[in-house]
Write a protein that binds this ligand. Structure first.
Ligand SMILES: [Mg+2]
Length: 201
């Protein structure tokens, strides 16, 4: 899967925050307010006592809702999604965010995906469940899809699901060990990669 030219996908699975939209969730601030140190947010909340968990979920939802309402799309997002649609390549969105916030973002930016998977739908990334489920729903094999995301969990989930992964770096150095199939800086570069993969067919 690595260091080979990627085959043009039959489906592209997108992460939401930081990938389709500009990164808005301030994770260190949310973690500080939740008092969970540097641990992963959803996993830390799941381990809390019920009363503490409900309070934490309220705090998280407040941050997520605000981020969704003020969200802006990343440059190249609409152009890339239109290109995929006009080339009959399926698109899915897989997020650790909530159903409510995913809906706010989809409506605000008038986006439509064939499959949308949120944390209410099952084990979330880095668990490969969402990716396997999306491939299944879209009737493509894992090797026929690309997972595109800006986070560690996107790349880890893709590796576990055996889906080629594209890491959107926003120009930063990789801060995790999982190895993406390709690293790109922005969605304009994704479109270039897709067009060249299409040309290889
Ligand atoms: Mg992300």
């Amino acid at each position: 899967m690595f260091n080979e030219p990627l085959k043009c996908p039959r489906a592209v699975l997108f992460d939401m925050d930081g990938t389709l939209t500009q990164p808005l969730l301030e994770f260190p601030k949310i973690k500080a307010e939740l008092g969970i140190g540097s641990g992963p947010i959803l996993e830390s909340i799941a381990q809390m006592e019920i009363s503490q968990r409900q309070m934490a979920q309220t705090i998280l939802m407040r941050h997520e809702r605000l981020a969704a309402e003020h969200s802006t799309l990343n440059p190249g997002c609409m152009e890339t999604l239109h290109w995929l649609q006009s080339n009959k390549i399926s698109i899915a969105m897989i997020t650790r965010n909530s159903q409510e916030c995913a809906s706010i973002i989809l409506q605000k930016h008038r986006l439509a995906f064939e499959v949308v998977i949120t944390r209410e739908d099952g084990p979330f990334k880095p668990n490969p469940f969402g990716l396997a489920y999306a491939c299944n729903r879209l009737a493509v094999g894992p090797g026929e899809a690309w997972m595109v995301g800006d986070g560690q969990y996107d790349i880890e989930a893709a590796a576990a699901a055996k889906v080629p992964s594209i890491w959107l770096s926003h120009g930063k150095d990789r801060y995790f060990l999982a190895l993406p199939s390709k690293t790109i800086v922005d969605l304009h570069e994704l479109l270039t990669l897709l067009k060249s993969a299409k040309g290889l067919q």
